[in-house]
Design a protein around this ligand. Structure first.
Ligand code: SF4
Ligand code: SF4
Length: 365
């Protein structure tokens, strides 16, 4: 295969490049969450041997970046599913990624975690286990299924007893946004070590939840509340690009380095269970498949990834915005929302950005 040597790292003036892979090992799952991005198709999963080989391929890519770009790469792989514990080679994959020098995190629904699993996570040096929490019991169960709240908290207790960092992830919508404070309290009292909030993306099963998207004003107020609850002993955060406007950690005016904001095309990539590579799982657009091309080739040559890196591709306000280097909006929300309105466009404005007035944004208060 042709070797690829372009300058492929966005913002290469930085000394350490944090790069993550969100790796969906399986689509199998014991739950049927209302907002799930899955479309319930079950593509042919990569075997354990294939996954191990692709971890080696990713590691070789990181090493090549380091030697060719004179930069230190800090790679992490976040294994998820479906429910990743249902993948037959789960523990072999985790062990291999750790031996390859990658930071490893696991995103699970928490229902199956045993004491033995918790000890294995600790012994393998898994730096974080993320267990989703949607709000108080009735709200959590209404989104994730009856009985799941109790099962989740039992799993969290086991992980916490083993000394694992356990973060909660909450998908924000009109269903649970009134309960942010209560949800943070539940997480604090249940053994979680921090909590993160992300936005509902109306795709997959979540397409039916378009009406549950928070309006621009609502999302701003929710993020203000979230950051008022953050404290040194319990992190309450959001990785949402829009949160930069509340946190205030934007790049200085005139700085065009893309060091933060939406990671799609810049600092992370998603691999699905059949080897399909996507800019982000929530975007759901294929940029190649590992069964046909190496991850390095895909990252360096995909037209879609290069368009994501180019400000000129972005339409409307996002393309002109002075916060583009530190934000770019959530491309997944922009894509899903524009598609729901019959004009699918990965580079449309983020409809929930409160800096944008009018247009097709989510404005109901
Ligand atoms: S206009 Fe786009 S880039 Fe600017 S703050 Fe809003 S979502 Fe972010
Ligand atoms: S598209 Fe949205 S969910 Fe995906 S990386 Fe960007 S901000 Fe995060």
């Amino acid at each position: 295969m042709k070797e690829v040597k372009e300058n492929i790292i966005a913002g290469s003036a930085i000394q350490t490049f944090d790069f993550f892979i969100q790796w969906h090992l399986t689509e199998r799952c014991n739950l049927r969450c209302r907002h799930c991005y899955q479309d319930r198709k079950m593509p042919p999963e990569m075997s354990t041997d294939e996954v191990l080989r692709e971890i080696d391929g990713a590691t070789a890519m990181f090493e090549a970046w380091e030697s060719e770009q004179n930069i230190r790469v800090s790679p992490s792989i976040h294994f998820t599913g479906g429910e990743p514990l249902l993948y037959p080679g789960f523990w072999d994959v985790l062990r291999h990624a750790r031996q390859a020098g990658c930071g490893v995190a696991v995103m699970t629904n928490g229902c199956f975690v045993t004491d033995e699993d918790a000890r294995r996570f600790r012994d393998l040096g898994v730096f974080e286990v993320q267990v989703s929490l949607e709000g108080p019991e009735s709200h959590h169960d209404s989104i994730r299924g009856r009985g799941s709240f109790k099962a989740v908290l039992e799993g969290v207790e086991r992980l916490s007893k083993a000394g694992i960092n356990v973060s909660a992830n909450v998908t924000l919508s009109r269903i649970n946004s009134p309960f942010v404070g209560e949800t943070v309290k539940i997480a604090r009292d249940s053994g979680y070590t921090g909590i993160g909030f992300s936005r509902l993306v109306p795709c997959g099963s979540g397409e039916n939840l378009l009406e549950c998207l928070l309006s621009r004003d609502e999302i701003r107020h929710v993020y203000e509340e979230i950051y008022s609850l953050n404290s040194p002993d319990f992190e309450v955060v959001s990785g949402d690009p829009l949160a930069v406007m509340v946190r205030g950690d934007v790049q200085p005016p005139g700085c065009e380095l893309t060091l933060s904001g939406c990671s799609a095309g810049f600092s992370g990539v998603t691999i699905s269970c059949d080897g399909t590579v996507m800019p982000c799982r929530r975007i759901g657009v294929s940029v190649g498949n590992l069964r046909r091309k190496s991850l390095r080739q895909i990252w360096a040559t995909s037209k879609t990834l290069w368009k994501l890196r180019n400000r000129a591709s972005y339409k409307g306000k996002c393309g002109e915005c002075d916060l583009w280097p530190s934000c770019r909006g959530c491309r997944a929300v922009a894509y899903a929302h524009s598609r729901a309105h019959g004009r699918a466009d990965l580079f449309a404005d983020d409809p929930q950005c409160w800096r944008i007035a009018g247009g097709e944004g989510v404005t109901r208060g």
